[in-house]
Design a protein. Structure first.
Length: 440
């Protein structure tokens, strides 16, 4: 959430929901965040992409009287509606838990009515086409290569004959092509570039070139395991994994009768609207795949010993049906859990991957005996090396690093500043802290 003040206008670049493993902490942090701005004063919101950590508090603003125009990349609206509705249900459940378990009174940040208000104010904007907000402000979307319909923003602020430009990367994908996602483009020159810094340490594995090795691992694991579980994000990761499994099936890399269950109501909805591509339609009609929406269908699968692949959210193991599957799958050494992206530190995922003998899943102590594998080629974020390369290629006067752990940002700041200096560039690198102000 980045607030831009210019002349009489207040504009937000993204408006994300803070997500922590502890729902009480999440609720309080979001309350604090929403108090930092005055929703009724926000004139415009420019959204980079649909992920909830970038879009999830937009309806919260409308619940507090916001009436801003909301600009979103073309194709985003169906995904936004589903994400906001799912997030609303999670918040309602969390508020009940806060009351029942902790005696804390809390209300969800928004209702279905607020979602509908926000959607009514959304305007889809095409890529690579200048959009004039008013006589003083305009912007252009450029492809970010992160998830479907993800964008970077170049915002123009005009004062007399002077134009200042703010670039905003949103979240960046790497250069290797990803299915159904337009390749990342280079942003034009900006006076200030607000730039994501998620993978800001070299040791965090994210290597698209290792896809062939990951496919070999999947093939071997599925052949030799009973249940194979993929904790998976509902948007983007689930669809890419299904495409990979479909291609492996066609190539004979998994058995012809392999059963695949997508056990996530939200992922199922996304799969139904994801793409009109002919191949994608083949995938959603693939006889090996069963899409599960109703919990009554999920229950027997959780207790079944059927040899199969199960794809369930959430990828961070912070909720969703994957939690129920873990309770029955983890104690069995014939099962296998495959992590296909970064899952954070000091949480359930790191405990499972670290081989902790027992772990708490939804408050229940579970033996951790299943086999564990982590794949490195599925992240939708640009790697450390790709970020350094991109930020030393595009042109700017100042770059403000955001969206990453602070300690990693510090070392990344020095590495990027050194790289720019070695190129003879005088551009300044800013390691931002929360609530920091930057003046153009």
């Amino acid at each position: 959430m980045h607030l831009v003040r210019f002349k009489k206008y207040a504009l937000l670049l993204d408006c994300g929901l803070i997500q922590q493993a502890d729902f009480v902490t999440s609720h309080r942090l979001n309350e604090i965040q929403l108090k930092k701005i005055k929703p009724k004063e926000i004139d415009y919101i420019i959204l980079s992409h649909c992920h909830v950590d970038h879009s999830g508090n937009i309806p919260s603003l409308f619940a507090k009287g916001c009436n801003a125009h909301v600009y979103v990349p073309t194709g985003s609206l169906p995904f936004l509606e589903l994400l906001w509705q799912d997030s609303m249900k999670i918040r309602q459940s969390d508020c009940l838990k806060m009351q029942n378990k902790h005696g804390i009174k809390a209300t969800p940040f928004y209702t279905q009515e607020d979602i509908e208000k926000a959607l009514m104010r959304c305007i889809e904007v095409d890529f690579n086409a200048l959009y004039r907000i008013n006589s003083d402000m305009s912007f252009t979307y450029f492809h970010a290569g992160h998830i479907i319909n993800s964008a970077q923003v170049l915002l123009n602020l005009k004062e007399g004959s002077i134009i200042k430009r703010i670039g905003f990367t949103g979240d960046l994908g790497g250069l290797p092509p990803r299915p159904y996602i337009e390749p990342r483009e280079n942003l034009p020159y900006s006076n200030l570039l607000i730039a994501e810094n998620t993978y800001n340490i070299p040791t965090r594995l994210n290597k698209a070139k290792d896809r062939s090795k990951d496919i070999e691992k999947i093939s071997t694991i599925v052949a030799n395991s009973n249940k194979t579980l993929f904790p998976c994000f509902a948007l983007g990761r689930c669809q890419e994994l299904l495409k990979v499994l479909f291609e492996m099936w066609k190539a004979g890399l998994i058995a012809p009768d392999t059963k695949i269950y997508v056990d996530s109501p939200l992922a199922v909805k996304f799969c139904n609207i994801y793409s009109e591509d002919v191949e994608w339609q083949e995938i959603v009609q693939w006889k090996n795949v069963k899409f599960i929406s109703e919990y009554t269908e999920s229950l027997p699968l959780q207790t079944s010993n059927e040899k199969c692949i199960i794809i369930a959210s959430s990828g961070f193991l912070t909720g969703g049906r994957i939690m129920s599957h873990l309770k029955t799958a983890l104690p069995n050494p014939n099962n296998h859990i495959i992590f296909i992206g970064f899952a954070g530190e000091n949480n359930l995922a790191s405990q499972i991957k670290g081989g902790q003998k027992e772990v708490k899943v939804d408050g229940e102590l579970v033996s951790n005996k299943a086999n564990i594998t982590s794949l490195v080629s599925f992240s939708s974020h640009a790697s450390y090396e790709e970020l350094i390369d991109y930020y030393s290629t595009v042109r700017f006067d100042k770059i403000a690093l955001t969206h990453g752990e602070y300690s990693g940002k510090l070392s990344f700041t020095k590495a990027l500043q050194d790289k720019l200096s070695s190129q003879g560039k005088s551009s300044r690198v800013i390691c931002t802290a929360q609530d920091q102000k930057i003046y153009l």
